[in-house]
Write a protein that binds this ligand. Sequence first.
Ligand code: 13P
Length: 252
Amino acid sequence: MDRRTLIAGNWKMNKTPAETESYIKSFMKLLHNDSRIEVLLLPPFTGLERAGKLLSETTIALGGQDLHFETGGAFTGEISSEMLKACGCSYVLVGHSERRALFEEGDRLINRKLHAALAAGLHPILCVGETLEEHRQGQVEERITSQLGADLAQIKAAEASLVVIAYEPIWAIGTGETATPMGAQGTIHVIREWIAAAYDQNVAETMRILYGGSVKPENAASLLHQPDIDGALVGGASLFPDSFAQIVAASH
Ligand code: 13P
């Protein structure tokens, strides 16, 4: 089954709208079009409108880093799916480990956000991953499958195929430590098997599952050439047009 590679750059809380514009202009010059690879940028909310305008004539996709589960109303500080779409977003991150750990987002909230993203026609990228402690204690499978079960509750097979999953071991995020290609492949294979059991073989074979956690130009190819790894969710190395373009090139 051919799954289109997805290389996503999560800028986290970095870059003003002006920096977003200069990044996109430089990045466009470095990128070689290849229809087998989808490139996605995830700037902070304040950069989305400008990014959307610059990317509208390109093949680069745009996404938000989070959303609220309601479509509008008295939710100070929040952003709705409609607002993301109005800026040109087609993707949204849901349940990033920083949202879970630093902003106390639990699986129930993440599940509501997933439903909201799907109802709006956005592709959610659901992030799952274990802590260092869980990793050391051999609880990776248990942790990930419990997140998947709770986060995907009441999501039907037809919608599940629109979901992208990102496996991001928390101990590998921003630390320079990367899961080994075999280790990441093993866990992502477990995720795919879980999806096959929870839904069906077709959903499992069409669903894209990414790896994230200290992906760099130097390690990208070995991770991306694993059979179950369909792309990367890149943090730090996506902040520089040249290193992000090198990661895209490594996935060819
Ligand atoms: P780093 O690539 O900086 O480790 O971040 C990974 C990440 O959290 C992407 O969402």
